[in-house]
Design a protein around this ligand. Structure first.
Ligand code: ADP
Ligand code: ZN
Ligand code: ZN
Length: 724
């Protein structure tokens, strides 16, 4: 049994009373005793013997399902992922299944209906001391053949208690039925536009391949109409009676994005994202599993949703970091999507304007077929890119004069302006010119960010916060906020562009899906003229009237410590630049930098993302980094600095000198102290997947058994996104 417990093992149980092994299949949910609790586990194997002595072997309590919750491919995918990412298999299943199913809710949708017992009529008529509400309920039951939860709720609050009471008296009985089928939306389905030549070639390539596994990279510049290609591919899949699974980054799954799919297909849609309540999630999951929803759209964990008739998998914005879970079960939904499609024997489409270097490498080596959409669809042309040299043009309030002039020009012409700065808050530090004190976080190796409207200093690493002090606590000198955050830019705009409506989009102003919808609504209606925001703005939104994009500080990403920092910066710049000039008006992009001669910026301006990526891949190859090497990181966190480093040193010794794997470290993390805990890491590199996987499988159990392991919190990250 796979149980939701942080142990790298399966658990053995005897069969439940009266159940025959032949009647069981892998993937069934089974309730078992665990300690003093009962748990819902997933059947992961059937064996004739156990290493446990018979006296210790407990019996499972009940088989919950008549059929496995996961189809064989999804079941195999979870097991493979648990092995590959070296995560406890029970926790992997827990991540794959809706919470409601782990709590024992029924696999199949069932509706409970209530009905009067005909023979009880006399007893009811004779009954005394019934309140008016109870009488009304009995009358309603008498007037209908049966009533379901919705009809009962319509009668007024609280039918549950009286129904229990009536049932106990033998007056009513309940029974279960399948609920009515999901309703397909009605209404006109809009036809798509005529495809551009490049779109038509891409669609043809996808639909024209022989049945079976076929991985594609759809590399289309922003605004090239990738979604239209998805829609045509989905159309064909649905017409063939199969299902399409579309994965999108968390932040991109707005009602607006879903509406685009809804407008094209009059079919029930299953939409899965992290903001769903448990019951809603289960309902959506069931629609996908039963095949009732031919189109399934979801974020990361939807890669594990079972499908009745899989036909295609699409991963939109495949480069997006949100596809890699960064804690717990550290899987890559993008990579698993490809494996899943392979196992189903269906096409998989990875789409992006800025593909990850991993995916570009797969395409270059011929493993993925590359489909290009090199031009924007419709009448929009590519935006022009230019640098603003901050060494020549002084910036005031974060904006250099050429940028301010350009803003006036575009606003006067009726365009909208987008300012991108990947730093929220008012200023990234609060500084004392008298003694050099710069408000540090007491729990992290980091400075506190000034949030002026909230009157707080906030640590963006651990969340700690404190009031803003009036003067330096060391020398009483007046303090100055140093640097720019989105909140400060918004303030400055008030002074620079009085009366021009501004909308700010970052994690401080947007805390829910409703808030992002409201903000986007102000942009689309044209009410807001200037948009200021962080990374949030770069993800897939379409702003047709934005004609100018200013990247306020490109230098933040130029000197990042992580080997992927430059890739991420290039992606952000290209993605945010892609928001400009999406409609008929030409777009202009200004990038403010104090190092305009930096080779990354130069390459990006000359050769676009493609030019950057070619050079970056050559650098990765020379430096033996992914995608030319496999990496894994063993991380440790401890209350004392030595505990983490000692543990990792022992772990390294325990590995000996493994064939084909290099161990580097231990070394403290770049941000060594976070939330009061010291962080360190040991890096493992290998030219191939095999040697690294072999080492991890043999080594991790020994590492966990080290005496030093008890003083640390450890985690293994295979194919890490960051190694800082
Ligand atoms: P991407 O996802 O590649 O950035 P979108 O799919 O959002 O691009 O398309 C950008 C815009 O171009 C959208 O407004 C879309 O409706 C439009 N569009 C897409 N394909 C066509 C086409 N063949 N003809 C005209 N307009 C198109
Ligand atoms: Zn001071
Ligand atoms: Zn902190």
């Amino acid at each position: 049994m796979a149980l939701d417990a942080p142990l790298r093992t399966l658990f053995d149980y005897r069969l439940p009373e009266g159940v025959d092994a032949g009647a069981l299949s892998l993937g069934l949910r089974i309730e078992v005793p665990f300690g003093r609790r009962r748990m819902v586990g997933v059947l992961a194997g059937i064996a004739a013997t156990s290493a446990l002595p018979a006296s210790k072997l407990r019996a499972a309590t009940a088989v919950l399902d008549a059929e496995p919750a996961l189809d064989p491919v999804t079941f195999g995918l979870v097991r493979w992922a648990a092995d590959y990412y070296h995560h406890p298999v029970g926790e992997a299943f827990a991540a794959a299944l809706p919470v409601a199913l782990r709590a024992g809710r029924p696999l199949l949708a069932r509706e409970t209906r209530w009905q009067l017992v005909p023979s009880a009529e006399e007893a009811i008529a004779a009954a005394k001391r019934l309140g008016p509400r109870q009488r009304a309920l009995l009358t309603a039951l008498g007037a209908h053949d049966s009533l379901g939860a919705e009809e009962l709720a319509a009668l007024g609050a609280g039918a549950a208690a009286p129904l229990r009471d009536f049932a106990a008296r033998g007056w009513v009985r309940s029974f279960e039925v399948a609920p009515p089928a999901a309703e397909a939306p009605t209404g006109a389905v809009a036809p798509g536009p005529a495809l551009t030549a490049a779109q038509a070639r891409a669609v043809e390539a996808i639909l024209g391949t022989a049945p079976g596994f076929a991985p594609f990279l759809l590399y289309g510049v922003t605004g090239s109409g990738k979604t239209e290609v998805y829609l045509r591919a989905i159309e064909a899949v649905l017409a063939a009676g199969r299902q399409a699974l579309v994965l999108v980054p968390e932040i991109a799954l707005t009602p607006q994005a879903v509406a685009r799919f809804r407008a094209r297909f009059a079919v029930p849609l299953a939409v899965l994202h992290s903001a769903l309540a448990d019951g809603e999630r289960l309902a959506m999951w069931r629609l996908a599993r039963s095949g009732e929803a031919p189109l399934v759209i979801g974020t990361r964990s939807a890669v594990f949703v079972p499908l009745a008739r899989p036909g295609i998998v699409i991963v939109d914005e495949e480069h997006d970091a949100s596809y890699k879970q960064q804690e717990g079960f550290r899987y890559s939904a993008r990579d698993l999507a490809v494996l899943r499609a392979q196992r189903h024997g269906i096409p998989v489409l990875l789409g992006s304007a800025t593909p990850s270097l991993e995916t570009l490498h797969q395409a270059a080596s011929g493993r993925y077929r590359r489909l290009d959409l090199p031009e924007r669809a419709g009448s929009a042309g590519a935006p022009s890119l230019a640098l603003v040299d901050l060494r020549v043009h002084e910036e005031r309030h974060g904006l250099a004069t050429p940028a301010v002039l350009a803003m006036h020009r575009h606003l006067d012409a009726g365009g909208q302006v987008l300012l991108y700065l990947n730093r929220r808050g008012y200023a990234p530090s609060l500084y004392c010119a008298g003694c050099g004190w710069a408000a540090p976080c007491s729990a992290c190796d980091a400075r506190l960010t000034v949030h002026l409207k909230a009157h707080r200093l906030v640590c963006h690493h651990c969340g700690a916060s404190a009031p803003v002090p009036y003067a330096c606590p060391r020398c009483s000198t007046e303090l100055k906020p140093l640097g720019q955050g989105t909140e400060r830019i918004e303030d400055a705009l008030d002074a620079l562009f009085p009366g021009v409506p501004v909308v700010r989009i970052d994690r401080d102003t947007i805390r829910s899906r409703d808030e992002i919808e409201a903000a986007l609504g102000r942009v689309h209606s044209g009410e807001a003229r200037i948009l200021v925001g962080t990374q949030m703005l770069t993800k897939g939104h379409d702003f047709p009237d934005v004609t100018l994009v200013v990247v306020l500080n490109a230098d933040q990403g130029l000197f990042g410590t992580d080997f992927r920092a430059s890739e991420r910066l290039a992606q952000s710049i290209v993605q945010v630049a892609g928001r400009a000039g999406r409609a008929s008006r030409p777009g202009e992009v200004l990038i403010q930098s104090a190092c305009p001669g930096h080779p990354l910026l130069a390459r990006l301006l000359e050769g676009g993302y493609e030019g950057f990526a070619t050079a970056a891949l050559a650098e990765r190859e020379a430096a033996a980094l992914p995608p030319f090497q496999r990496l894994a990181v063993l991380r440790a966190e401890a209350a004392r600095r030595e505990d983490g480093l000692d543990f990792l040193a022992s772990a390294r010794r325990a590995a000996g000198t493994p064939a084909g794997v290099r161990l580097l470290g231990p070394a403290p993390a770049v941000l060594e102290r976070r939330a009061g805990r010291f962080r360190a890491q040991l890096l493992l590199e290998s030219a191939g997947r095999g040697p690294l996987q072999a080492l991890l499988a043999a080594w991790l159990p020994a590492v966990e058994a080290l005496p030093e392991a008890r003083r640390v919190r450890m985690a293994i990250d295979v194919d890490p996104l960051e190694v800082t």
